[in-house]
Design a protein around this ligand. Structure first.
Ligand code: SF4
Length: 343
């Protein structure tokens, strides 16, 4: 079995109480059946709390029932009571694996980290273009399922993804220009001509209006969107060198995680549109809030990922508007990137 990693996958360590967010807030924690059985037999006060917290939802999943959208075992010192009392092995699968992501293609597995975690976002988005690499290892002891894709289509997508990676690493042109090139290349590969629309002057408003229409998971994100909506008079925006590198690192990671999924769909273009929406929406917020310092920029990328990419309802809604709304068509993104400095 071929296993592919970002090097940061093996470097990641949870920063626990130093985390500015937490995977224990804003989400429901789904408890796997094996852990639920184990928790049902834990003695003492913690056992009582575990049994009281577990609840079954309409889909039959067992969840931890918390208050204020936070896990009931996340204590005032920002540490997990289950891990403190019983050790890391007692964590349910959801908590043990987060923020690690596995994409299983049957004959290969790709490993990444979720940008929803601040520490993972810091590791992934502070990479220089030269550090945008993947590690490949053969693990014959791992036996996968038969792949459910057309091998020729998968090979073509792998070649295309490598070509897109090369563009993203190539710093001879600005990141936004390279993203525009990526869009044009994918359209060309799919015989889908990019008709460059007149750039919508209100594009930033469309990004913000869409984000505002989504389910909002955290108070911080709500506050950020409120501030961004009020500041339509921000000064002209330029992409600094550190931000250029963040855009490349985000794009590399996004394509790594998503591009090969087109083996199971009709087209890779929606994934590229989603990448462009993500970059343009984050740039809109950075522009409106005039955020120049890297830690604050990283926080916006991370919160965007938490709110949009890791929430299935929001992601479904985004996929729908990208497919149906002319304002987010490939031609509209092409024109907008050109206006932003994508040549
Ligand atoms: S979000 Fe990441 S760094 Fe923060 S508590 Fe969760 S795993 Fe740890």
């Amino acid at each position: 079995m071929l296993c592919v990693f970002v090097p940061e996958y093996q470097k990641f360590h949870c920063i626990a109480e130093k985390c500015p967010d937490s995977c224990c807030t804003g989400w429901e924690i789904v408890v796997d059946p094996e852990s639920a059985v184990q928790y049902a037999s834990i003695p003492g006060d913690l056992g009582e709390r575990l049994r009281h917290a577990m609840t079954e939802d309409a889909d039959g999943d067992i969840l931890f029932k918390g208050s204020d959208s936070r896990c009931p075992f996340w204590n005032q010192h920002h540490l997990c009571d289950i891990q403190s009392a019983l050790g890391e092995t007692a964590l349910c699968d959801t908590c043990r694996q987060f923020p690690r992501i596995t994409q299983d293609y049957g004959d290969s597995i790709e490993y990444d980290l979720s940008l929803s975690c601040p520490e993972a976002a810091r590791l992934l988005l502070t990479r220089t273009p030269e550090q945008l690499i993947l590690i490949e290892e053969q693990h014959p002891e791992l036996i996968g399922d038969l792949p459910e894709y057309d091998p020729a289509k998968m090979q073509a997508l792998q070649r295309q993804r490598s070509e897109l990676f090369q563009l993203i690493r190539d710093t001879s042109r600005p990141a936004l220009e390279q993203l525009r090139q990526c869009l044009q290349l994918v359209c060309q590969w799919e015989n889908n001509s990019v008709v460059t629309d007149n750039c919508e002057v209100l594009m930033e408003e469309h990004f913000l209006a869409f984000l505002d229409s989504c389910e909002i998971l955290t108070q911080d994100w709500d506050d950020i969107l409120t501030q961004a909506a009020k500041k339509s008079d921000a000064q002209p925006f330029s992409v600094s060198q550190p931000l250029d590198a963040e855009i490349r690192a985000f794009a590399f990671d996004f394509l790594y995680r998503n591009y090969l999924r087109a083996a199971f769909t009709e087209s890779a273009l929606p994934f590229v549109q989603q990448l462009l929406f993500s970059v343009c929406a984050v740039l809109t917020i950075l522009h409106r809030l005039e955020l120049q310092e890297q830690p604050r920029q990283l926080r916006i990328w991370q919160l965007f990922a938490k709110e949009m990419e890791s929430d299935s309802d929001n992601l479904t809604e985004l996929e729908w508007v990208l497919e149906t709304e002319a304002v987010f068509s490939p031609g509209a993104f092409d024109a907008y990137l050109k206006q932003l400095g994508g040549a």
